[in-house]
Design a protein around this ligand. Structure first.
Ligand code: BES
Ligand code: ZN
Length: 934
């Protein structure tokens, strides 16, 4: 299926070219009779009616809806540029140069698009494809110039020199328009179906053509063929063939091929025209034309020779190696969930109804699932609302083989669509339940919560775990809005008070008696941002649109810690534009939450380990808040583009921190971040994975978790800092804002970002490429030489105290009592590797390091204790590893322990006890570190 795509694309492209050849022979007379412009008006008007009639019949009003998206608008514009402006230039060129040379110039479109694609980084053609383009164009040109002169006088002689120059210019412009339109179509087609896409292009084209006639004051004259409509039967057939079917096929080709390859195949019309012109129109051609036919035909296989390679550098619909979904065939635009939460069985059960946008000819909807029990699948015309009876029809479905090797991708759920779509059904309803081992879900027993009396459930969907609790297209390239009803049964011990349910959506602020909660997420989000939490939670407002949810015993502490939340939202907005999600709340979860934070829209999930009591760890909230722009608004299209989420977010996080807490504080965070990055790069190199130090990742066949390293975060942020330094902060901020605004609610690839960067900043800064070293930053391992230097006077002070201690000063004499959290981190990290047990003990006694409540300081200290085998700290180590499950803290400690025999033994003893309390995300990581169960 995948491998066949370029071949199928090649087939439709050639069929489109052939349809244009046939129609050319059919309409030649009419063009001569009415003139090219009038014929164009005729052709576009008729096709416009055909397209809209078909679209409305097949897809209802969804084509209209597509106009509202940025992809839709791009298609309208591409129609206007390609079909109206491009043709206008072509007519001018034909008039001034004659048909042959004008058409020959027009063959340059694939050259333009290959050139532009290469310059903008939008295409990655193989050498054989460049060769194919050259051979095909060469062949086609031979055909064009192989036509024997019609009469004795050579047409070219009739055109004066001055006309020829403008004719050449018009020919060049026409081919440029054609190329630009092709590239735009290629870019936007993933987001809009092929039929809707063609309809939009035709609409743009027809509007443009009519506008030209109006501007030239020739509308009445140009409408002549329309008045003669009934007599133009042959021409109507030609329009149906070439303009309707041809454009539809052209669109299908763009969806499957690189723009240059598609353009080149589409320009083979003369190859098909030649036999028709000779056979039907009785035109004569020279032998070289036949040679051209051979040459062009030979070039076609070269263009498609990459056919076996499924990794087309496709922009928006780049295939995601971590999902079975085939969104270009049918994609989910809205999800309606109806779920019951059963703590006893550790099970969610109910229905997921998915509203589809299907491409014409779609055969199946493919969903990702993992460990789900699928009970029934039906289709219906509308969403089966809880109380209204909506007739539904059982659908055929098939649950594929489980893909577990080398990573657990789960099982594709394939739902047959042909019959359903024919009936007009647009909703697929999946009745299902989750398994008790669903990896996204952690069902906490009462004793694992702060309150200790009631159970709690939370989800973690990023990166590919949403499929373990919702059947969905689990790829960041697909976005959907959602609505949900969640039923929470009364739990023993709640004394009639049901637990509170929250989602990444509009949330309740207090519990309801009947335990039925309703949610709505009106903005389209990718599946990895689906989230649910159910527990004994209470809400505390912090500002007009900010607040915090936590277990009652933690709520006051949480409200104190996040007091600056409202200010942070305001700071973020002042940088990159309005916060588009309504409210921003934070949910503080129990300590087993495997991450520091998770940017679930409207409701960040956070670890309680950032409740330091002194607000010193709130940069984590700045980070998750920043994701409301970088990540949630503009999303990485695949996990290979993860740095687009995290690098941008770390950059943005620092900007928020600078605004709210000052540059001095932020400098300290930046220095620690750089230390993290350098350590992480060293480890990746030592592990023989230097490729993982590139920003653009290659995670095919691997767990997306492998890409979660400091590289995406810190190297990504530093790359943006380098660009900022090259163009200046003001211009860079405006640029970033345009990126967020222009790509809002879309998923984007690294290549799309780089194209935007070069286009928006490269023109004013011709040296951008050289100054920034874009390629080195994105596609090469390691840290380029222009990586920004940072220093922090606060941390330098901590380093001086380390030096004094090393030189012999006693711990008690150190000037460390007023150290900030970050100074402590720096101090502990800076201690030499060969401290004696006595000196370690001296530090511990003087500063109580093993008994710190601040998780970052304690963590930094425990790492050093394991390195030095400082046994007096091991009870603290065991407490730390068994009392929280944040992967960032667990992994380095277990890794360090795993380096020695005594450490392995200790690690295994602790892990045995701690493992049942960890979330699956952390468990999987540590299983790997300790080779647990192997
Ligand atoms: N989205 C990430 C967490 C994540 C990444 C989960 C990849 C699953 C797969 C979140 O925004 C994040 O980066 N959290 C960091 C905190 C941040 C301050 C660096 C964390 O949890 O440590
Ligand atoms: Zn993040």
């Amino acid at each position: 299926m995948i491998a066949a795509t370029p071949f199928a694309g090649g087939g439709v492209a050639l069929a489109a070219a052939a349809s244009w050849a046939v129609s050319t022979t059919l309409v030649k007379g009419a063009i001569v009779r009415f003139g090219p412009r009038a014929f164009n008006v005729f052709r576009c008007s008729v096709a416009l009616v055909l397209f809209w009639a078909t679209s409305l019949a097949v897809e209802g009003t969804s084509a209209l809806g597509a106009v509202a998206t940025s992809d839709g608008r791009e298609l309208l514009l591409s129609g206007a540029i390609g079909l109206a402006l491009g043709d206008l230039f072509l007519f001018v060129s034909v008039r001034r140069l004659g048909a042959q040379p004008a058409i020959a110039f027009n063959q340059l479109s694939p050259v333009w698009s290959a050139l532009l694609g290469w310059m903008l980084g939008a295409e990655e053609l193989a050498p054989v494809e460049y060769l194919g383009i050259a051979v095909v164009i060469g062949g086609v040109l031979l055909i064009i110039f192989g036509r024997a002169p019609a009469g004795s006088s050579d047409q070219d002689e009739l055109h004066p020199r001055s006309e020829r120059a403008s004719g050449v210019a018009a020919g060049l412009l026409s081919s440029l328009c054609n190329a630009a339109a092709g590239m735009m179509t290629r870019h936007a087609i993933g987001g809009v179906g092929e039929l809707a896409g063609s309809t939009l292009r035709m609409t743009g084209g027809a509007a443009g053509v009519l506008l030209v006639s109006v501007c030239l004051g020739s509308l009445r004259a140009d409408a002549r063929p329309l008045r003669a409509l009934p007599s133009l039967r042959k021409e109507l057939l030609a329009v149906f063939l070439a303009t309707f079917l041809g454009i539809l096929m052209q669109q299908a080709a763009y969806a499957r091929l690189e723009a240059s390859v598609a353009l080149c195949l589409l320009s083979t019309t003369p190859v098909f025209l030649l036999p028709l012109a000779v056979g039907i129109l009785r035109e004569r051609y020279l032998p070289r034309a036949w040679l051209g036919t051979l040459l062009a035909t030979a070039g076609i296989p070269l263009l498609l020779s990459k056919g076996g390679d499924a990794t087309m550098a496709a922009p928006t619909n780049a295939r995601d190696p971590h999902s079975f979904a085939r969104p270009s065939e049918a994609s989910v635009k809205h999800l309606d969930l109806d779920l019951a939460v059963d703590f006893g069985k550790r099970e969610l059960s109910g229905r997921a109804s998915l509203e589809l946008v299907a491409a014409s000819g779609a055969k199946a909807l493919v969903l990702d699932t993992r460990d789900l029990v699928i009970e029934r699948v039906t289709t219906s015309r509308s969403c089966p609302a809880p109380n209204a009876h909506v007739p539904d029809t059982a659908a055929e479905f098939e649950l594929g083989e489980a893909a577990t090797n080398p990573i657990e991708l789960g099982r594709p759920l394939k739902v047959e669509l042909v019959a359903a779509l024919a009936r007009g059904d647009r909703w697929v309803n999946v009745e299902y339940r989750t398994s008790p081992i669903a990896a996204a879900l952690q069902w906490l027993a009462p004793e694992q919560t702060a309150g200790g009396r009631l159970p709690l459930l939370f989800t973690q969907s990023q990166a590919i775990l949403a499929r373990t609790w919702i059947p969905c297209q689990d790829t960041p390239a697909v976005r959907m809005t959602y609505s949900a009803r969640v039923r929470v049964a009364p739990t023993p011990g709640t004394a009639g008070r049901p637990l509170l349910a929250l989602m990444s959506a509009e949330n309740p602020q207090r519990r309801v008696e009947n335990g039925l909660y309703e949610f709505r997420m009106p903005q389209p989000i990718p599946s990895y941002l689906m989230a649910l939490a159910v527990g004994d939670l209470e809400f505390r407002p912090l500002g007009p649109r900010t607040g915090v949810y936590a277990e009652p015993s933690v709520a006051a502490q949480a409200a104190y810690e996040f007091a600056d939340l409202e200010k942070m939202v305001a700071a973020a907005e002042s940088l990159y534009g309005p916060y588009r999600w309504g409210r921003y709340d934070v949910l503080v979860l129990p300590p087993s939450f495997p991450f520091g934070g998770m940017e679930n829209p409207r409701l960040t999930f956070a670890t309680p380990t950032i409740l330091a009591g002194d607000r010193s760890l709130v940069s984590l909230v700045a980070h998750e808040l920043a994701h409301s722009w970088s990540g949630n608004l503009v999303t990485n299209a695949t996990w290979n583009d993860f740095w687009l989420n995290e690098g941008f977010t770390v950059y943005f996080e620092h900007r928020i921190m600078q605004k709210v807490f000052g540059t001095e504080f932020d400098d300290a965070l930046a220095v620690l971040g750089l230390q993290d990055l350098e350590r992480s790069m060293r480890e990746l190199n030592d592990a023989g994975q230097p490729a993982d130090t590139c920003l653009k990742l290659k995670l095919d066949g691997r767990n997306p978790d492998d890409g979660v390293t400091e590289v995406a975060y810190e190297k990504g942020a530093r790359f943006l800092q380098v660009v900022e330094a090259a163009v200046g902060r003001e211009r860079f901020d405006a640029f970033l804002r345009r990126w967020f605004d222009g790509n809002a609610f879309q998923s984007r690839t690294t290549e799309e970002f780089l194209a935007f960067l070069r286009q928006e900043l490269g023109i004013e800064r011709p040296n951008l490429e050289r100054d920034v070293e874009i390629d080195a930053w994105v596609y090469q391992p390691g840290l380029p030489g222009n990586s920004p230097r940072v220093t922090s006077s606060a941390l330098q002070k901590a380093e001086r105290e380390v030096a004094r201690f090393v030189a012999g000063a006693s711990a008690a004499d150190l000037d460390a009592n007023s150290f900030t959290t970050q100074q402590w981190q720096c101090f502990v990290r800076g201690l030499p590797n060969d401290l004696t047990m006595e000196r370690m003990a001296e530090l511990d006694a003087a500063f109580d390091l093993s008994r710190r409540g601040n998780s970052e300081i304690l963590f930094a200290w425990l790492v050093r204790c394991v390195e030095r085998r400082f046994e007096p700290a091991f009870p603290a180590l065991e407490r730390f590893l068994t009392s929280q499950g944040r992967r960032k803290f667990l992994k380095p400690l277990y890794q360090e322990l795993h380096k020695s025999e005594w450490g392995k033994e200790l690690a295994r003893r602790i892990y045995e006890k701690a493992r049942p309390g960890y979330h699956a995300v952390s468990r999987d990581t540590i299983d790997d570190v300790l080779k647990w169960g192997k």
